[in-house]
Design a protein around this ligand. Sequence first.
Ligand code: AP5
Ligand code: MG
Length: 215
Amino acid sequence: MNIILLGPPGAGKGTQARFLVEERGMTQLSTGDMLREAKDSGTEMGKVVAGVMARGELVTDEIVIGLIREKLEGEKGGGFIFDGFPRTLAQADALGELLNDCGEALDSVIEMQVDDEALVARITARSTCGNCGEVYNDNTKPVPADGKCTSCGELAEFKRRADDNEDSLKIRLMAYYKQTSPLIGYYHAKGNLNSVNGLGDMAEIKTAMSDILDK
Ligand code: AP5
Ligand code: MG
């Protein structure tokens, strides 16, 4: 089963993707994580994208489609979760072609609906385990007092993202509404679209997603 998690910054795509990886053995393909890895390892591409990401703008279609193409050619497993990809109509067309080329289909697109006020509160309170990527939140899921990640058990550094500030978030939200939200209509027309209320608690949202995937 191959699915897309579609939603604005802070909607909970990464959080829910990790549940799906644990419970269903699926493979998470987050273009945001791939770009941050490239940036941290100092590759030429990483240097090019660092400023674009920090400002909250979208990286070029060519770069992200290339990253996804490499992953689809290299990895096989219990299905892919596309997290943060596609983000433009050109990326959506490219994903359709890439899946087709490797004999795969797109089974479901889950749109996660969260209002802007909640997104700002979530993003400005987020941190991530530097060791395993587990996502925390100062308000809803605080970093453990002993400094050991609840997921990997390691004494970890909990990192804040360079784009998790109100100025970048304004630009990220605009990019979502302008360039990514047309995908809602695109996948509705293809008969793939499902929506969940992303405002509930994490466990309730997880159940709502399972209901969609198991129906
Ligand atoms: P990316 O890394 O994809 O960021 P994003 O889409 O802005 O989404 P986030 O990762 O910020 O949010 P999320 O939905 O994963 O939420 P999370 O689960 O962490 O992209 C970053 C940048 O890379 C882009 O701006 C762009 O520059 C570039 N890029 C990436 N892909 C690209 C593409 N395809 N094309 C072009 N450029 C691309 O949750 C957020 C917080 O909320 C956490 O603290 C979490 O604990 C908390 N939380 C989660 N669920 C709940 C809940 N139900 N209740 C309360 N709190 C919750
Ligand atoms: Mg994410």
